[in-house]
Design a protein around this ligand. Structure first.
Ligand code: AMP
Length: 215
């Protein structure tokens, strides 16, 4: 199964992607995580994309598609995409790539969270600089302030979770990513789930939806 998670930045895609890929044995592909890793390694790709990311803009489609194709070219397991595709061009590029391998996108899950809620969540989001675990200072704080429960790493506010960058990212989402809902809605693989309950409840709901589909 190849699965795509869609939703506003801050809708919980990253948390759900980790949980669902673990439960279904899928390979989790987060383009945002890959870019952040490249930036911290100061690789040529990291240097190329850091300006886009810190200002809340999208990395150009050609760069993203090249990265994703090379990342998945040798994967034999099912894939779970988180943060990709983000434009209709990327979705078409993925469909074309899968077509060359007689594969396809099997399911698209849209995590529905209201905009005012994601603004609150993004401002309260902290992630571990070492292992990437995500916290929320209000709803899911770590046991010790600013220290990761899992690896004791320090927690950071992502540059692109600063208030003015959040605004830009939400605008970009509405302009360029929201049209994807119509792109996938048309072909019978789209499913919307509510993203405002507890993370565990959302995971169970998502798994139930996917089970119904795979029957
Ligand atoms: P994320 O962690 O998915 O919110 O991604 C963080 C940032 O990385 C985004 O705001 C974009 O600047 C960039 N990015 C991640 N995935 C993509 C993508 N599929 N297309 C373009 N830019 C991306």
């Amino acid at each position: 199964m190849n699965l795509i998670l869609l939703g506003f930045p801050g809708s919980g895609k990253g948390t759900q992607a980790k949980a669902i890929s673990g439960r279904l044995g899928l390979v989790h592909i987060s383009t945002g995580d890959i870019f952040r890793e490249e930036i911290s390694r100061k690789s040529p790709l990291g240097l190329e994309v850091s300006g886009y990311i810190s200002s809340g803009k999208l990395v150009p489609d050609l760069v993203v598609l090249k990265l994703v194709r090379s990342r998945i070219a040798t994967e034999t397991k099912g894939l779970l995409f988180d943060g990709f595709p983000r434009t209709v061009e990327q979705a078409q590029g993925l469909d074309d790539f899968f077509a060359t391998r007689e594969q396809r996108v099997d399911a698209v899950l849209f995590l529905h969270v209201e905009e005012n809620e994601v603004v609150k969540r993004l401002a309260a989001r902290r992630s571990c600089a070492k292992c990437g675990k995500i916290y929320n200072t209000i709803t899911a704080p770590p046991a010790r302030e600013n220290v990761c429960d899992v690896c004791q790493g320090g927690l950071i506010l992502r540059n692109d979770d600063m208030p003015e960058v959040i605004k830009q990212r939400l605008m970009v989402y509405k302009d360029l990513t929201e049209p994807l809902l119509a792109y996938y809605r048309g072909n019978g693989i789209f499913h919307e789930i509510k993203g405002d309950s507890s993370p565990d409840a959302i995971t169970e709901n998502a798994l139930a939806v996917l089970k119904t589909w795979s029957k």
